[in-house]
Design a protein around this ligand. Structure first.
Ligand SMILES: [Zn+2]
Length: 71
């Protein structure tokens, strides 16, 4: 429904943004912490998890943190 690119949160609709805002703001804080390494680190985590048979989205530590802090 939504995704974050740095400090920009893109949503399919205004309602989607309302529903996902807190989760996406966790990703903004992750981006602030990781800087330009955030997206590569996110993608490497997803790739390694997928290669090991996991869920590249739900098992990604960046997503796990976001769902833990903003379920
Ligand atoms: Zn997320």
């Amino acid at each position: 429904m939504a995704m974050t690119w740095g400090h920009v949160i893109l949503g399919q609709t205004a309602a989607a943004l309302d529903l996902t805002r807190e989760h996406e703001l966790v990703h903004v804080r992750q981006y602030e912490r990781w800087g330009p390494l955030f997206i590569p680190a996110y993608l490497v985590c997803s790739a390694v998890i997928w290669l090991r048979g996991g869920d590249a989205y739900r098992d990604n530590p960046f997503e796990r943190q976001a769902y833990r802090l903003a379920p």
